[in-house]
Design a protein around this ligand. Structure first.
Ligand SMILES: C[S@@+](CC[C@H](N)C(=O)[O-])C[C@H]1O[C@@H](n2cnc3c(N)ncnc32)[C@H](O)[C@@H]1O
Length: 229
């Protein structure tokens, strides 16, 4: 397959100078924005679905059309895989029946993640696959590592994997991770294995356009159980 997908252009030449301040602020001031009712309802449904599947959990955060959710559910048949995206349009694309161990949820991750943490969810794997890059310097606060919800993402624990076609996004994420948790994670080139399907449509598109892909994988601890604190 050949595709032409534009590479990221940014007015940043290195990590954003405001990153450390934003991460410090997120750590000092947990997000208090009220959770939207529709996300509370979507989360309750997901929680009930999960309760019927006593299996390790995989979260596919920002799953788009849900292809990765389906593929992960196939690859990890003894796991419950939940894909979350706010776009009804993307989630509504027909990519065939969902396996019984996969669920697609329409919700805003900023709220969904906070509800998941409060409910004690502990994903064994947590994927952030090709998040919107928001490449303009003024958009730092919209990147997940510049967002006030960043500490919540880390607090969910498990094996967190970020992939992007913008190296600087992954580098900034690694810096924010080190600042917030003291954990060092390598930024490495990511080559979808020859003969294997790319995991997501964006991965397929960037790969077919000859763009370099980057990833970071980190094993994060789970928070102490409430009663043990
Ligand atoms: C660039 S697309 C990548 C989609 C998919 N992971 C892939 O690789 O094909 C980013 C996705 O994140 C979703 N997204 C962005 N912000 C979100 C939020 N706050 N809550 C839920 N989904 C969000 C968008 O709707 C979009 O589908």
């Amino acid at each position: 397959m050949h595709a032409t997908s534009r590479t990221i252009t940014s007015n940043q030449t290195g990590p954003h100078e405001d990153l450390a301040r934003r991460v410090a602020r997120a750590l000092a001031h947990p997000l208090r924005k009220p959770v939207a009712d529709h996300t509370r309802e979507a989360f309750a449904q997901a929680h009930a679905w999960l309760a019927e599947r006593p299996m390790p959990l995989i979260l596919d955060a920002g799953c788009g059309v849900g292809l990765s959710t389906r593929r992960l559910a196939g690859r990890f048949g003894d796991h419950a895989v939940i894909g979350v995206d706010r776009s009804a349009h993307r989630l509504g694309r027909n990519h065939g029946a969902l396996p019984d161990n996969a669920l697609l949820v329409r919700a805003d991750l900023v709220d969904f993640w906070r509800l998941a943490l409060a409910a004690g969810w502990q994903p064994v794997r947590h994927y952030l696959l090709y998040p919107n890059p928001y490449p303009k310097a003024a958009q730092l606060k919209m990147r997940w590592h510049g967002h006030p919800v960043f500490p919540t993402i880390l607090a969910l624990g498990g094996r967190l994997e970020l992939r992007s076609n913008w190296r600087l996004y992954v580098e900034e994420f690694a810096l924010a991770l080190a600042q917030a948790s003291g954990v060092a994670a390598a930024v490495e080139p990511w080559h979808p294995a020859a003969g294997n399907e790319p995991l997501t449509p964006f991965e397929a598109k960037y790969h077919a356009s000859g763009q370099a892909l980057w990833r970071l994988v980190v094993d994060l601890p789970y928070p102490l159980a409430r009663e043990a604190r």
